[in-house]
Design a protein around this ligand. Sequence first.
Ligand SMILES: *[C@@H]1O[C@H](CO)[C@@H](O)[C@H](O)[C@H]1NC(C)=O
Ligand SMILES: *[C@@H]1O[C@H](CO)[C@@H](O)[C@H](O)[C@H]1NC(C)=O
Ligand SMILES: *[C@@H]1O[C@H](CO)[C@@H](O)[C@H](O)[C@H]1NC(C)=O
Length: 394
Amino acid sequence: MIRCCVILSILVSFVNCKLNYVSSSDSDVNLDSYQLIGKYGYRPEKHLVETEDGYIVSLFRIVGNGPPVLLAHGLADSSDSWLVLGPSMSLAYQLSDAGFDIWLYNSRGNKYSRGSTRDFSEKEYWDFSFEEMGTKDMPACIDYILRVTSREKITYVGFSQGTTIFFVMCSSKPEYNEKINHAVLLAPVAWVNTIEYPFINFLGRYLKFLIVMFDNLGIHEIFTENVRRTRQGIECNKSVLVCDFDYYINFGVTNFNNLALNKIDIIDSHIPAGASTKTFAHFIQGYRDKQFQKFDYGFGKNFALYSSIYPPQYNVTKVTVPLSLIASESDKLSDIEDVKILVSKLRTIKRFSVFNKTTDFTHIEFAYGKRVKELVNNPVTNILLEEIKKSNET
Ligand SMILES: *[C@@H]1O[C@H](CO)[C@@H](O)[C@H](O)[C@H]1NC(C)=O
Ligand SMILES: *[C@@H]1O[C@H](CO)[C@@H](O)[C@H](O)[C@H]1NC(C)=O
Ligand SMILES: *[C@@H]1O[C@H](CO)[C@@H](O)[C@H](O)[C@H]1NC(C)=O
């Protein structure tokens, strides 16, 4: 433990002495979602949405007159992920340019969504996973957007955990299927039977023990923004070993070269954005049990909560929203074998495209890759425009 602290403090001082790399105050490195939108001449708004269980989550908006599109980010990330590559490369701006009214979700517990309407203890506050994001946050956000825009439906775009939340919502609260006219799901994640993530076997095997340990240590949040702050200022070039390791641990990134390296300081200053330990544990349970299921509390509490000693499955057959899926054979977190399980159960797939191995397109490239415009943003924009055209014709 002591040795660990020594190493840590050496690391921190190493990082601190490099802090003078940090750029001027209007550099994108230092801007939040609202400021990033405003800086490039788009009209930003910030909205606070209350959930039925007392959390307050933030939506950022790029105001437009067209149909509303809701974008949902990945694990431990935030609305920034749709913006940080700037107007020429990030999806949110491109969809805004195409005429859509853009709404950017922030999951409870991330740096923008820390509010609450009641007094939570630290432990109570962090007692959530993607279950609550899907059954509480997202329904509240969708109802809010429909109310503000006086529309009947929104279009949904999710990446990674942003797709998990979608499946949780549409299977647990099927009435929300009626409020979404189309969903584009990037690197979809439901079953995680064969994901490759650093130490996943270890995490799966010792999960029960780890949950108790983290709980006793009072560690309810992981991938915190603090990690980011201490790291800010390191120029994360491919040659910088510390950053490579960091991206590997956080995102399983192995081929750093495919990221938008010219923007790496901006990406790096915005992620991670915070997540609950329970969310992470919930994903690991899915890996351990090879199921897409509600949180496993152990026999006793499961029985009390679910009237069953095992956690109930999410029934994705209940999804009736028309879907477009984009996956990649080189994605180790949205593994193609797992995506196939999902695809075999979904009944409303309109489009399903897969990047082959040769393309070598990995998970976080869907948000931060240097080829994101060509391989993701252009197809997504075209899909949404096609869908809008279709709905206008009928
Ligand atoms: C890191 O990348 C930036 C931008 O590409 C470049 O200006 C800088 O010289 C690089 N630093 C190192 C240590 O390679
Ligand atoms: C899942 O949902 C479908 C569609 O509503 C239903 O027909 C099926 O019985 C459900 N499966 C389970 C195991 O509940
Ligand atoms: C992989 O996809 C690329 C881009 O669509 C294509 O040009 C290439 O021929 C494909 N390679 C294989 C082995 O299928």
